[in-house]
Ligand binder design. Structure first.
Ligand code: SAH
Ligand code: SF4
Length: 392
């Protein structure tokens, strides 16, 4: 079997297009300052203007310069000539019987990505995409079968959060009493794409989400999931500081090679070494090991015992994900009994091992089912099976 490709060219688009207005969304505070100065804001005023505009955009969700009433009319008009405040456009929205919402949003170039909101009793989680498609061809993942890949800009990443707040009606109204209940209380970077292959844009977008004068989400409420891009793991702690989840999925290199092909580049031992070095937090900051339950592939008792042995020395919890099927998928979900038995072995060894309840299955919003409608040029069943090592 030929090795599945690990990387391919990723299209990147410049932060600002050479012509046309500059989008203020997604700029860091220093970048916003630079942009304002470059377009005529006196340096002396720049700090104050950054603070004011930032609050309008990220605290109040305002997109119209004219509504920024603490700026002079003239300055507002000047801003409107040079800048835009733009987020991805919603193409369609589906609501599942379980309340999960899935939006298809359009970004520059006509590409589309999916964003999912999962309401739970004590929280509301937004599952955000970091790329159109994914270069990593994990054999059980629908996104991995999509050929075209482009990194999202920081504007397009934070824009997904802003779009969801629009739809949830969650921007506060200036002057109104502060509402403590947040519908959108958590973010998981578990949508389409490998976030650590788009590090800077993901970092800048998440920093904006955490900013005290804006969306104000705590770093503890943001979880980045990686398939195991080892060289970027330490940077995630240093430069973003969010929670980390790792798509582990197998307990031997032989099996992980077929499920998560990036394992051929950074194998289990290398990955675990990077995770051991990840700054240990309190118990609440354990690393989440995601483990998809595939019938007859990675779900035996022996796998569970091996997993426990591998976790030794890492503050970890294990999140078991019942496989979500998609058309042409070469796997089946493990039975409920098997999943429970597997979870129990891990639990007995002292690790939390929740089983993730599939959400929004009726609208194909569950983990690994995301794939935009315009880019459904699917690989054939045969090709998928071959890459999974299921055929000779
Ligand atoms: N690229 C990143 C984040 C996106 S995937 C990563 O791989 O970690 C989010 C999670 O869903 C990952 O753990 C991924 O392995 C898992 N997943 C992908 N396809 C799935 C499927 N069909 N069923 C269940 N989980 C799946
Ligand atoms: Fe990419 Fe993650 Fe899907 Fe693998 S599981 S193909 S890394 S999105």
């Amino acid at each position: 079997m030929a090795d599945a490709p690990i990387t391919q060219d990723v299209l990147t688009i410049p932060r600002k297009l050479p012509e046309g207005p500059v989008n203020l969304v997604g700029l860091t505070r220093p970048q916003l300052r630079e942009a304002l100065i470059a377009h005529g804001t006196p340096e002396k005023q720049a700090k104050m203007r950054v603070g004011q505009i930032w609050q309008w955009i990220y605290q109040w969700g305002v997109r119209d310069f004219d509504a920024m009433t603490n700026l002079s009319k003239l300055y507002r008009a000047q801003l409107a000539e040079t800048f835009v405040i733009e987020i991805p456009e919603v193409v369609s929205k589906q609501v599942s019987v379980d309340g999960t919402r899935k939006w298809l949003v359009r970004i520059a170039g006509g590409h589309e990505v999916e964003v999912v909101y999962i309401p739970e009793e004590d929280r509301g989680t937004l599952c955000v995409s970091s790329q159109v498609g994914c270069t990593l061809t994990c054999s059980f993942c629908h996104t991995g079968t999509q050929k075209l890949v482009r990194n999202l800009t920081s504007a397009e990443i934070v824009g997904q959060v802003m779009m969801a707040r629009d739809d949830l009606g969650e921007w506060p109204v200036p002057g109104a009493p502060k509402d403590e209940t947040r519908l959108l209380s958590n973010i998981v970077l578990m949508g389409m794409g490998e976030p650590l292959y788009n590090f800077e844009n993901v970092r800048d977008a998440m920093k904006i989400c955490m900013d005290e004068e804006g969306i104000q989400l705590s770093r503890r409420r943001i979880t980045l999931s990686t398939s195991g891009v080892v060289p970027e793991i330490a940077r995630t702690a240093d430069e973003i500081g969010c929670q980390l989840a790792v798509s582990f999925h197998a307990t031997t290199d032989a099996v992980r090679d077929t499920l998560v092909p990036i394992n051929k580049r950074w194998n289990i031992e290398t990955l675990l070494a990077a995770l051991k070095a990840y700054p240990r937090g309190r118990n609440s900051e354990r690393i989440t090991f995601e483990y998809v339950m595939l019938d007859g592939v990675n779900d035996t008792d022996a796998d569970a015992h091996r997993l426990v042995a591998l976790l030794d020395g890492i503050p970890a919890k294990v999140n078991l994900i019942p496989f979500n099927e998609w058309p042409g998928a070469p796997y089946k979900r493990s039975s409920n009994n098997r999943i429970r038995a597997f979870a129990n072995i891990i639990y007995q060894a002292g690790y939390a091992s929740p089983i993730r309840t599939p959400r929004g299955e009726d609208i194909l919003a569950a983990c690994g089912q995301l794939k935009s409608a315009t880019e459904r040029a699917r690989k054939s069943r045969k090709q998928i099976a071959a890459e999974a090592g299921l055929t000779s």
